[in-house]
Write a protein that binds this ligand. Sequence first.
Ligand SMILES: C[S@@+](CC[C@H](N)C(=O)[O-])C[C@H]1O[C@@H](n2cnc3c(N)ncnc32)[C@H](O)[C@@H]1O
Length: 189
Amino acid sequence: MNENIKEFFNNIAINYVHDDSKLIEDLLDSLFLEKCPSILDLGCGKGIISEKLALRNKGEVVALDFSSEMIKYAKEKIKNPKVTFVNEDFYEFKSKPFDAIICFDAYPHFMDVEGFVKKANDLLKEDGLLAIIHDIGRESLNEHHKRSAGKVSRLLKAPQEECEPLLRYFKPIELGESDTYYKIVMIKR
Ligand SMILES: C[S@@+](CC[C@H](N)C(=O)[O-])C[C@H]1O[C@@H](n2cnc3c(N)ncnc32)[C@H](O)[C@@H]1O
């Protein structure tokens, strides 16, 4: 399953475009990342938020993606010494724990939710922040993923329902959605 997803993103990387916007800045501002010296940009793709994270915190940003093609473009674009790119699968990634994991526009591609929850718990410090965010509303996102659902993505439920498997290790801080965004923010218990 994971190999299919990796191959899918390797194949679309050349044409993958993510438009920048004020909404992305606002969503990241709302996380108060200045309190998080180490941040994992999970599923960084071509690095749309990697440098934005580095501009908000005082330490390091590790930008992780298992698509070598996506990471290649990210590395070409972002030269900030605070950002380190890692080409690995999240489910197998080993590291010292982070203050925050930001999963931006990538969560529906993590098909093994139980594995995701355990790994996120392992990779976060006590009181660490887990943010699952999208700069698109759930309806539009699910419409976009409908064709690939079950193969390289899954459909998202409302934040209150979607966060249920996460409650074992995380407590909700903010659950919200609108036509333009989707947000699950949690703290490690
Ligand atoms: C839709 S793209 C979003 C990329 C970027 N965050 C953005 O907003 O432009 C999702 C990314 O998640 C990555 N990804 C999916 N599953 C992954 C996994 N298990 N480990 C690491 N990266 C993964 C994919 O390779 C892809 O680049």
